[in-house]
Design a protein around this ligand. Structure first.
Ligand SMILES: C=C(O[C@H]1C=CC=C(C(=O)O)[C@@H]1O)C(=O)O
Length: 477
């Protein structure tokens, strides 16, 4: 699975600083493509002075391209992946396996060079999925899977910044215009070096919310509780969507900037489909990450609001940690994750008893789980095994998924589905796309869900999703 291709073309050290060197390098790649009579896929990484990837997204990304943004502020990590060199969109079928094969084929062909020792250097594939695998409508914003190798990737981690260019040079590629375009982008990035992080403008006017139909959500919770009583299933996660409109088109970069400020402990993300639709949010839920074959995943389920005073906060936290109902809701997720990982041949270990994950607006029960990943297991095998966990679907999983489609009056699309990246050394990170919104122009659809088990109360579940929706609404500009 791990492929480290050898550079066949020497990597010129001042490649990103000298236009002539860049053009010569591209011509050499083309010579290689001509000699081999096939496209030459190349990835060059270089450490550069610090730049905020959000500023780069703002300056360089175009609305008609596939783009991806990912940030965890508390970890000091951010990545912007702009435009695509290789893309696969899967409408239906065996999406995780097909995705895996496509990614491996590309990594086998790629020649990577430059500063490859840094985190986020080298080629990365960015992937996002929809919650359900079945074919989505032809008008759906996102297909069942989208994977792309970006043309330009800029990432910061631990105060270091790395820029990677991934290019596919064909024997007939017009090198001069390509070089012009790349050079212009490199100069744009250079101008952003050492600039202060992106800051949003204030929101111009208030947003209009369509009547949120909360009674529908409460009826769905009541019906689900009856299904649980009749032992059709033990847990179901029901979501609600609200539609809002802004007097002007939503400003995505400003919204991301707000999200990273308001939710520094979450993964802030944006996925753009190149057709004017964007999926963004701030998710606290990591589906899995792999670093040097070490897997980390989280069971995250069971919630309470944060208190307005330290005393109220401690009281809510103590009640959450002691609640039999919340612990049961949480336990489904632990059991599912450990069972699925064991079936894959891993030996998962719970790193603690359920503890508190306290976010700015809400607190959750959280159990970190770790395992060693055998070399024959690809990150997407793990994503396929874990999605959807009972934190977003229920138990038993298949029954819960059928019931979700009966109770929810909207298409989940990418809501609560995995999104993340994979590198060629088997490192990877996927989060679950919750606390999220689908945005197109001046319209946004916001999603939030809550786990329902025996003992759940429709009013409390409604309060929980309102809390989650409010947090998102505050950030959209
Ligand atoms: C499904 C969502 O949250 C899940 C993750 C953490 C806690 C949850 C809960 O307590 O219900 C949910 O299972 C959502 O925010 O849309």
């Amino acid at each position: 699975m791990v492929v480290n291709s050898r550079p066949v073309i020497p990597y010129p050290p001042r490649l990103f600083q000298d236009r002539q060197i860049l053009e010569q390098f591209l011509l050499n790649c083309q010579q290689n493509a001509l000699a081999k009579k096939q496209p030459h896929l190349v990835s060059i990484s270089q450490e550069i002075p610090g730049v905020d990837p959000l500023l780069v997204l703002q300056e360089v990304a175009q609305p008609n391209q596939l783009n991806f943004y990912w940030e965890n502020r508390n970890r000091g990590e951010a990545i912007a992946a702009i435009n695509s060199t290789k893309t696969l969109q899967i409408q239906q079928g065996n999406r995780f396996q097909t995705a895996q094969k496509f990614i491996q084929d590309c990594f086998n062909k790629i020649t990577a060079s430059g500063d490859l020792h840094l985190r986020f250097s080298g080629p990365h594939f960015f992937c996002n999925f929809t919650f359900f695998e079945r074919p989505t409508s032809p008008h759906a914003a996102f297909p069942a899977a989208t994977l792309f190798l970006p043309q330009l990737q800029i990432a910061t981690s631990h105060q270091k910044c790395v820029l990677a260019l991934n290019l596919e040079i064909h024997p007939q590629t017009p090198i001069h215009p390509l070089c012009d375009r790349l050079w212009q982008q490199l100069r744009q990035i250079k101008r952003l070096e050492h600039r202060p992080p992106y800051l949003p403008l204030p929101r111009p006017q208030s947003l209009q919310t369509q009547p949120p139909q909360y009674h529908q959500f409460k009826s769905a919770v009541s019906a689900a509780l009856e299904a649980i009583d009749s032992q059709k299933l033990s847990k179901i996660v029901l979501a609600h969507a609200i539609d809002i409109r802004s007097p002007i088109p939503f400003r995505l970069i400003d919204s991301l900037s707000n999200l990273r400020r308001l939710h520094p402990d979450c993964h802030v993300f944006l996925v753009s489909n190149g057709k004017g639709q964007h999926f963004m949010g701030a998710s606290p839920e990591r589906l899995m990450s792999i670093s040097d074959r070490q897997l980390a995943t989280d069971a995250l389920a069971g919630s309470a609001p944060r208190g307005k005073t330290p005393i109220e906060d401690a009281d809510l936290a103590n009640r959450l940690i002691a609640s039999e109902k919340e612990r049961r809701e949480h336990r489904f997720v632990i059991d599912f994750i450990t069972q699925r990982l064991t079936e894959l041949g891993l030996t998962p270990q719970l790193l603690s008893a359920p503890q508190l994950l306290q976010l700015s607006n809400i607190q959750h029960l959280w159990t970190p789980i770790a395992a060693k990943v055998p070399p024959n297991i690809h990150p997407l095998d793990i994503v396929a095994a874990l999605h959807p966990t009972p934190a977003v679907a229920g138990d038993p999983c298949e029954v819960a998924c059928q019931e979700i489609q009966r109770y929810e009056a909207f298409e989940r699309g990418p809501y609560a589905a995995p999104l993340g990246w994979v590198d060629r050394n088997g490192n990877s990170e996927f989060i679950v796309g919750i606390r999220s919104a689908l945005i197109a122009g001046d319209r946004a659809r916001l999603y939030a869900g809550a786990g329902i088990v025996s003992g759940s109360n429709p009013d409390k579940e409604l309060a929980e999703i309102q809390l989650k929706l409010q947090a998102l609404l505050k950030a959209l500009v």
